[in-house]
Design a binder for this molecule. Structure first.
Ligand SMILES: [Zn+2]
Length: 334
């Protein structure tokens, strides 16, 4: 293993309401972290200024030649080659040249020499999981991020697969029901409309309103607007039949989409991250059943399904690890 002399890299995770900046060591451990709320609709100039201020803060007292670079993960459509946030449904409607603006902002300080990498948040999650949570010999990975939205990141032969214009990995918008509900993407019956956090809750509330008895009602003291996937998982672990049905369906829907993806990409590992993924076996078991039935590719070699243990930190740690733009196991790896 070649000694590079670098000890750290910096990760920036741009979410819908918060920005997290962290100094991360070469093993992916967070050494220092700053999280602040940011209105991403504030003027781009001001937004970049705030990021620059926090970057200076996070490396305060750290020799800059021990830092390898800065990795940034952001929601939305990203042009990673140009370093631009092209469009984001909840954020910027127009092109935001984030990397060039940030470089300009830090050109007079000690951060100016550091390379900056920008990727979308699902690719960052996939990259972080690939670097830290997937067995060393594995280089073909699909990562499904399960939260309010459903995203995907694809690693092929040890590299993030971007597709022809950076849009690869939109697993949430795979059709699983041609007659299904309308989706914001313009299609209908997309996976996200069935297994996004909101969709899971909606299906549960509908059943309760139809008069179905469940422990969920007690867990939220009758306030149906307090139901979350976490509460539904809690009820399922107490053998609640409605909650179990909901996770069973969720796993089956996910299995339908993944069976197709596995047939196309033949990954060795599939990683699940995001809040909804914490339900773990509640959806994994029914999902695996459907995949076994629908994907002949999965039968040729068993697929390893992993729930990410990095939780909310996966975004910022994965971003920091973007500075490792080389395949695991290569002699330049650190
Ligand atoms: Zn869609």
């Amino acid at each position: 293993m070649k000694q590079t002399g670098y000890k750290y890299s910096i990760g920036v995770d741009i979410g819908g309401t918060n920005v997290t900046v962290a100094l991360v060591d070469m093993k992916g451990v967070i050494v220092n972290k700053i999280k602040y709320s940011a209105n991403v609709l504030e003027k781009e100039e001001l937004f970049v200024h705030h990021v620059a201020v926090q970057l200076s803060e996070i490396v305060d007292g750290v020799p800059i030649n021990s830092v390898q670079g800065i990795g940034v993960g952001s929601a939305g459509l990203i042009d990673h080659g140009k370093g631009e946030i092209k469009c984001s449904p909840n954020m910027y409607k127009k092109k935001f040249p984030f990397v060039s603006m940030l470089k300009k902002k830090i050109r007079r300080n000690n951060l100016s020499k550091l390379p900056i990498f920008l990727e979308n948040d699902a690719n960052v999650a996939a990259w972080g999981a690939y670097q830290l949570e997937v067995p060393a010999a594995v280089n073909d990975v699909v990562c499904v991020t399960m939260g309010t939205g459903v995203g995907g990141g694809i690693i092929i032969d040890g590299e993030i697969y971007h597709g022809s214009n950076g849009l690869a990995g939109e697993i949430g918008h795979v059709t699983i029901n041609t007659e299904g509900p309308r989706c914001n993407c313009g299609s209908n019956g997309c996976l996200e409309k069935y297994i996004g956090a909101g969709a899971i809750v909606e299906r549960t509330v509908e059943e309760i309103k139809k008069g179905r008895k469940t422990k969920i009602t007690g867990l939220v003291k009758g306030k149906l607007n307090k139901i979350t996937p976490k509460i539904i998982a809690e009820a399922a672990r107490k053998n609640d039949s409605l909650a179990n049905n909901i996770w069973e369906e969720t796993g089956e829907y996910l299995g339908i989409a993944l069976a197709g993806i596995i047939n196309v990409l033949n990954p060795e590992v599939v990683v699940f991250s995001g809040g909804v993924s914490r339900a773990g076996n509640l959806f994994l078991e029914p999902m695996k059943r459907v995949i076994r039935k629908r994907s002949f590719v999965s039968k040729r070699k068993p697929i390893n399904y992993i729930i990410s243990k990095l939780g909310d930190d996966l975004g910022v740690v994965g971003a920091a690890l973007l500075v490792r733009q080389i395949k695991k196991g290569s002699d330049l790896n650190i």
